[in-house]
Design a protein around this ligand. Structure first.
Ligand code: ADP
Length: 539
């Protein structure tokens, strides 16, 4: 189910509920109409022509008519019942008279005082019947004077003659307070929770006659729907304000719940999709890098091998006899063999760290001495490349615990990178200092730097920043991953601070292991020998 159908379903529920209330309002007005009709009892069966023959005086009214009126007079809906004979043959002489029905004697008698509304009712009925009489085919016709009176015209249709008018004065109090008011509540319920508030409203006087919710003051702005009474009570109508009924509230709650579930499901789906795409992308990139790596490795292995092969072949042939050329061939073979060995060692390092089968031989090391020796080894390289070296050790520096080979390899890698990625200013800064319970080693260059968004990936295997210098520089994206592995293996950590175009600082941190050559209490592995008992290879 989609969002649109959820909304459509909710709208439908709201619409249905509103339509249901409208139908109930129409039904209510029809019931009021029937109530007036049923109050007249036998009057509908009255033989109007027979009744019209004897209307010369109130005491002369036919028994049938008196009987019918007696029935109607029992209904509290009418406060008074009057009769006014019209211009029929038998009653011409009494035209203009108004007789009142005496509920005690059950007889008509001359009416002396009567309300003006009685005359109004007769006048309205006369006007209406004047217009209708020529085409009228029925014996009776009911005419309302708004909510004041109901007049029944008795008609002889063959002769197009009005026999008389029965005027029922409507008992307003009964109609409003004892009939329509209670019936409203019975039909619609009370209060806002019923889903609707109804006002019975006299629109000509702008007066509320009764309501289902007396708490709520009537105002036209609140009205959503108006229902008139068909053919009766002309200046009254029902006005409705639709509120949220339990059906709509339940539908709204279900809509919210469904939208929530749907939203959650869509979100989950999107996250899963993103995750799948991301993983697929990463797998593809890794596969690509591995293929590239294999191609590079093969190429890198082939180059020294071809040199060794060519030199070896020339030597074994005995074609080279000149001592200088012999020496240079030997030197080629030696250097390329070293290159080959380094490369194989690096590959083995990666393979070993992947297989997690490396064992460390950790010793307490005095880092400044260790680094000094390492830099000494590389002095000729630095000189040949015209590198400005800056070494700073803020001694005394406490000892650290590390495998000397691991440490050598890690720092060497960082130095090689610092040189590789510094095409212009050849600067190498190495600093050692203590920071609380740690010893820090920083390797700084003023090279190309690493963009911020790549910094978190550079320790990943096969990762290389994609720029033109990196593309021109030999490498496989393995060095830093090996360095990180070597450092972590020795319980140290590594991070980088770098600004593109300005340079990088790689920071290695090891916990302090030995103060003044003695292993400290906090040293994790106490079995390790201090450098007093077994000095490292650092002099
Ligand atoms: P590589 O064999 O490519 O040098 P590394 O793992 O040593 O592999 O380094 C990964 C990437 O990090 C390099 O390709 C380079 O883009 C970047 N990088 C490493 N060291 C530096 C540095 N000192 N200055 C600038 N970029 C560096």
């Amino acid at each position: 189910m989609n969002v649109y159908s959820l909304y459509a379903l909710h709208d439908n529920t709201v619409q249905n509920s509103v339509e249901k209330q409208k139908r109930k309002m129409l039904e209510y007005t029809n019931q009021v109409r029937s109530r007036f009709r049923s109050s007249l009892g036998d009057l509908w069966q009255l033989d109007v022509q027979k009744a019209g023959k004897s209307l010369s005086s109130p005491s002369n009214v036919s028994v049938d008519l008196v009987q019918a009126i007696t029935e109607a007079s029992k209904d509290s809906l009418f406060s008074e019942i009057y009769f006014s004979p019209a211009n029929c043959d038998a009653c011409a002489q009494v035209k203009g008279n108004i007789w009142v029905f005496n509920r005690g004697s059950l007889q008509f008698e001359e009416a002396r005082n009567y309300d003006r509304l009685v005359e109004n009712g007769i006048a309205i009925a006369e006007t209406r019947m004047d217009a209708l009489i020529s085409d009228y085919r029925w014996n009776t016709r009911v005419i309302f004077d708004t909510h004041n009176s109901m007049t029944i015209a008795l008609i002889n249709p063959e002769r197009e003659q009005i026999i008389g008018y029965i005027i029922f004065v409507i008992n307003q109090d009964y109609l409003i307070n004892r009939y329509m008011g209670p019936k409203l509540i019975e039909t619609f319920g009370t209060g806002a929770e019923s889903g609707i508030i109804i006002w019975l409203h006299n629109w000509t006087k702008n007066e509320v006659l009764t309501t289902t919710d007396p708490e709520l003051t009537y105002s036209y702005q609140k009205v959503d729907f108006i229902q008139n009474f068909p053919d009766l009570l002309n200046d009254w109508n029902l006005k409705a304000a639709f509120t949220t009924n339990p059906d709509i509230a339940a539908s709204r709650a279900s809509l919210t719940r469904n939208l929530f579930v749907l939203g959650g499901a869509v979100l989950l789906l999107l996250s899963a999709l993103t995750f799948i795409l991301y993983t697929a992308q990463r797998e593809r990139a890794l596969a690509q890098r591995q293929t590239l790596f294999l191609a590079n490795v093969t190429h890198e292995l082939q180059t020294p091998l071809s040199v060794i092969l060519a030199a070896g072949e020339n030597l074994s042939d005995g074609r080279v006899t000149d001592p200088d050329r012999l020496r240079s061939y030997g030197s080629y073979i030696y250097q390329e063999s070293i290159r080959l060995r380094t490369m194989i060692e690096r590959l083995l390092d990666v393979a070993r760290s992947d297989a997690k089968e490396v064992k460390t031989q950790r010793k307490v090391i005095n880092l400044p001495d260790f680094i000094r020796q390492l830099l000494d080894e590389k002095r000729s390289l630095f000189e040949s490349l015209q590198i400005t070296l800056h070494f700073d050790a803020r001694e005394p520096i406490p000892g650290i615990l590390a495998d000397p080979d691991d440490l050598h390899s890690a720092v060497n890698n960082l130095i090689e990178n610092a040189i590789k990625y510094s095409p212009e200013e050849k600067y190498l800064g190495v600093r050692i200092f203590r920071r609380k319970n740690n010893v820090r080693l920083e390797v700084e260059d003023h090279g190309i730097g690493i963009p911020k968004n790549h910094q978190k990936y550079i320790f990943n295997k096969f990762f290389r920043v994609e720029d033109s210098l990196t593309a021109r520089t030999k490498g496989h994206g393995l060095g830093l991953s090996i360095v990180k592995d070597l450092v972590q293996r020795n319980e140290g950590s590594i991070r980088v601070n770098s600004t593109p175009g300005k340079g990088s600082v790689f920071i290695i941190t090891f916990p302090v292991a030995a103060e003044n050559g003695e292993i400290t209490e906090s040293t994790p592995n106490k079995k390790i020998i201090s450098n007093k008992q077994e000095p490292t290879h650092v002099s």
